[in-house]
Design a binder for this molecule. Sequence first.
Ligand code: 3PG
Ligand code: MG
Length: 439
Amino acid sequence: MKPGCLHRDLPLIQDADLNGKIVLVRFDHNVVKGGEIRDPYRIDRTLGTLFHIVERGGRPIMMTHIGRPKDKKTGKISCRQEESVEAIVRYLEQKLHTKFHIPRFAADPEKGITGIDTSINLAIRELRERKIGGIYLPNTRWFAGEEAGGEPRETFSLQLAGLADIYVNDAFGSWQAHASTYNITRYLPSCAGFLMQQEIMNLSSVLNPARPFVAVVAGAKYDTKIRPLYAIYEKVDRLILGGVIYNTYLCAKYDIRIKGVSAEDIVLAKELVEKDAGHKKIVELPCIVESDTIEGKMEGGYRTICVKDFRPGSSYGYILDIDPSSFEDPEVAEAIGGAETIFVNAVMGYTPHFSAGSQALDHTIDSNRHGMKMYGGGDTLQEFKDLCPGLYLSVMDDAQYYFFTGGGTVLTAIEQGDPYALKPVQALMESKTAVENRK
Ligand code: 3PG
Ligand code: MG
């Protein structure tokens, strides 16, 4: 498939007849922390789909997940106010000058909301009569059936389907197969929204990149990123590491110990070191910042140290950032400056105190004027915006930049090698009742 084209089996919102229909649309508006919106970027990117639904005569019922209200060990679902959709609804109402209704359903203290009851019918009537602009369902993960298996999930999917005539998935960031992203497609004509389409098209630039292709990957945990990291390693020409991933790699390669890096992870990282001994794709950032504490950037409590000075068997404190001078290193500067595609899924330092590395990275990448620069993920984007607000504003509409709304989704797609292998996307394509495909 050519980059920039969509698979012909993916049903699209622009081909669907929405007139007079109730449209159930799944967004990824997972941007609320402690009851406040951290960054509305993910919401803003979906406004085109919402406008289209209304402009085509559809009436929207919206939904999203927020946070992870289900305790993985006990299975208990806590419906906390700070993870409600209210902040999103307030934001949308103020932006769109309309009124959205949030239905309330009884919640079990352990199991969450056990079902959608008929009290919603009144609101649906008001929606049809245009007395309200839309309905926004409670956090999907408050419902017992969203992540459950078997019958509760099917029941919830059927209840969702019962509310509407058509289902639109515009939740690119929500790659996990849950009732509202996956099972629902079995019961309603289904199609992809505009954000989903655009993100899939841009994924092709990462999966079939113009070369040289450089990826910058960092992360707080080594073990959960290792599989996508290996997949990225196979794809790239050069790989730059940051954060705990880089620290772990350094321990494995130079036989040193760094505070906070586990022995098991170092064993895992040895594989990467061996792989790279042959391919030499990893570009090392030569200078890093060692700190005595993770509590903050204490006067006299941190210093820059350099990889070339590592001695086998030595132990170091916490490594919490990349020294900005690393990006002036000729090999690093040439790798970034010469790239035709750069993919960044990385926060270099231990935020909020250690941020100089990320700032230097973003500016160095920006000085590459010819390459396509792609950023993946909420944290990466938030960091970019906080550290380089001027640069962020100036590149928002720059055709050489693209900001994905889901980092986990991009990593999963790279790992699978195909955007259409993402479960929710697959479900749209396989939906038995999919809206008529494009000719
Ligand atoms: C995210 O913010 O990473 C997405 O919304 C996905 O959330 P999840 O990892 O909890 O499924
Ligand atoms: Mg995430």
